[in-house]
Design a protein around this ligand. Structure first.
Ligand SMILES: Cc1cc2nc3c(=O)[nH]c(=O)nc-3n(C[C@H](O)[C@H](O)[C@H](O)COP(=O)(O)OP(=O)(O)OC[C@H]3O[C@@H](n4cnc5c(N)ncnc54)[C@H](O)[C@@H]3O)c2cc1C
Length: 477
């Protein structure tokens, strides 16, 4: 990027809101994925008008531009592949309106999920998608990746809460899509087009989101099993009852050992466990808890613990949320990397999927921890490997490819909630052989100069082993 463009950006956003310091550029080259690439300038815009003016300039001068929220994305969607401008949206963080009587709130994109939940709590309202990264991810980033979390089985993903958006298009034009009403049949549902678009179609500058009353009571059951398969069967049986809990999490023994060791989660030391949460009216919670415990026993659980104590439930939830960080501290010399990571299969295929993942890991000589929001079929795998070893990465990539082939064969998707970015792109094309070309057509129509987060999702070509953040000569940046 030339000095004149950098000066022009500083003129729009103010020198104090821009940085070209090497340390800042290096830091903003990361998200939580395996990839890294430094941008050429970082800008913290304060208003939609500033975003619009910077995007217009980027479009005129053909400079790549990427909107970034909390940088918690796990597939490289917030890594500026072609350098250029990173717009750090976290300073646009005002909660503009909370209208409980109309069931919506209006926020800027940089509002952190947990802060919005804190603001809604006094009204006894929430947006119950509950991502594991809630203390750091932004509402803009959540919509741009269609994030969800452990409660998606009952409460859906963030797309189910998007009523309207204000968006800056690639030309710099500001548009409003959707409404503030719960119902809307007025033409194309364009707000949905930006859900999951990962910053490739426009930059979200305001969100109108549906809110919902908080459940009055919750309880949890933690059931241990001697095989992962049996834990998977427990999930299917609960749902087929029919009973829709607010969460059903599954963990394998690698994950259980990791969180018990590093955060003293206090889970039973078993081959697999299911952590089931039910919520709602107190009487229903009591009844459903009993039904769930009965099913766990029927399926052959080796241990069943129940609690409705908020401290105990918070401890179990914290244990579950700490899996990713715990895995990294678990194996000496190995780190936990986001490979494969986020697939979803039809719920009844979970037992087959988890057994297949473990066989694939064994065959390729890699360690895989499997856990996830099993209630909605969304499984996570993390691989433990030596990130400096070319051989490890190659075996990891082979395992990823086999895992995704299995997922596709089971009728699933390569990403249930984290998005495509770079790390899923080749497999996403396998999964959507007829849809990705249509996505390219939409991208070309909306961003003809290809400035918005270029090279991602359907535009990605090549292997996922590139621009790695780790010091591995062959694949590093
Ligand atoms: C420990 C941990 C746990 C996680 N748990 C979950 C989970 O339970 N569920 C889940 O869904 N995800 C989870 N994630 C992944 C991640 O938190 C989500 O993808 C989240 O939605 C990303 O939000 P962010 O603000 O960090 O976005 P970023 O990572 O900054 O960006 C993600 C994408 O959104 C785009 N974007 C950001 N802001 C805007 C904007 N204003 N306009 C247009 N595009 C924008 C970026 O360009 C990028 O493509 C987890 C991650 C970690 C590290």
């Amino acid at each position: 990027m030339d000095a004149d463009t950098i000066q022009a950006i500083k003129g729009i956003a103010g020198e104090e809101n821009c940085s070209t310091l090497v340390a800042d550029l290096y830091t903003y080259g990361f998200d939580a994925s395996i990839h890294h690439r430094s941008p050429e300038i970082v800008v913290q815009p304060r208003s939609t008008e500033q975003v619009s003016a910077i995007v217009r300039l980027a479009n005129e001068r053909r400079v790549p531009i990427l909107a970034r929220g909390g940088g918690t994305g796990l597939c490289g969607s917030a890594v500026p592949l072609e350098g250029g401008i990173v717009l750090d949206m976290t300073r646009m963080n005002r909660i503009k309106e909370i209208r409980v009587e109309d069931l919506y709130c209006v926020v800027e994109p940089g509002v952190i999920y947990d802060r919005l939940m804190d603001a809604l709590a006094p009204f006894k309202f929430s947006i119950p998608t509950a991502p594991g990264s809630g203390e750091a991810c932004t509402m803009g980033g959540m919509v741009a990746t269609n994030a969800s979390g452990m409660r998606a089985i009952k409460y859906g993903a963030i797309r189910d809460y998007v009523l309207g958006l204000e968006v800056v298009l690639a030309s710099g034009k500001i548009i409003r899509v959707g409404t503030r009403t719960l119902k809307n049949s007025s033409g194309y549902q364009l707000e949905r087009l930006f859900v999951g678009s990962e910053g490739t179609l426009g930059i979200i500058t305001e969100l109108t989101l549906r809110i919902t009353p908080k459940a009055k009571k919750a309880a949890m059951i933690v059931a241990g099993f001697d095989t992962l398969e049996r834990a998977g069967k427990c999930v299917s049986k609960i749902i087929a009852k029919p009973l829709i809990p607010s969460a059903i999490e599954i963990m394998d023994s690698t994950c259980i050992k990791a969180v018990n060791k590093t955060v003293k989660a206090g889970f039973p030391d078993v081959e697999a466990l299911c952590m089931i949460e039910v919520d709602g009216e107190p009487a229903a919670v009591e009844e459903e808890s009993k039904v769930v415990q009965g099913i766990c026993n029927e399926v052959g659980a080796v241990s069943v613990e129940f609690s409705s104590d908020t401290k105990q439930m918070a401890k179990w939830t914290y244990g579950r949320k700490s899996i990713m960080s715990s895995l990294s501290r678990f194996g000496a010399g190995f780190v936990s990397v986001s490979l494969a990571d986020d697939m979803a299969v039809p719920i009844s295929r979970i037992p087959e999927a988890v057994v297949a993942f473990h066989k694939i890991a064994e065959r390729n000589g890699v360690i895989v921890g499997t856990y996830g929001h099993a209630g909605d079929g969304n499984l996570h795998t993390k691989m433990l490997l030596d990130p400096t070893s070319e051989d490890y990465w190659q075996r990891g990539e082979k395992a990823v490819s086999e895992i995704f082939d299995t997922v596709i064969a089971l009728g699933g998707t390569v990403t249930g909630e984290h998005g495509v970015g770079i790390s899923k792109a080749p497999y996403f094309k396998r999964e959507r052989p007829t849809a990705w070309e249509t996505m390219i057509v939409i991208k070309q129509a909306m961003d003809p100069n290809n400035i918005l987060n270029p090279g991602k999702i359907a535009q990605w070509e090549g292997s996922i082993l590139c621009m790695l953040r780790y010091p591995c000569d062959k694949y590093s940046e």
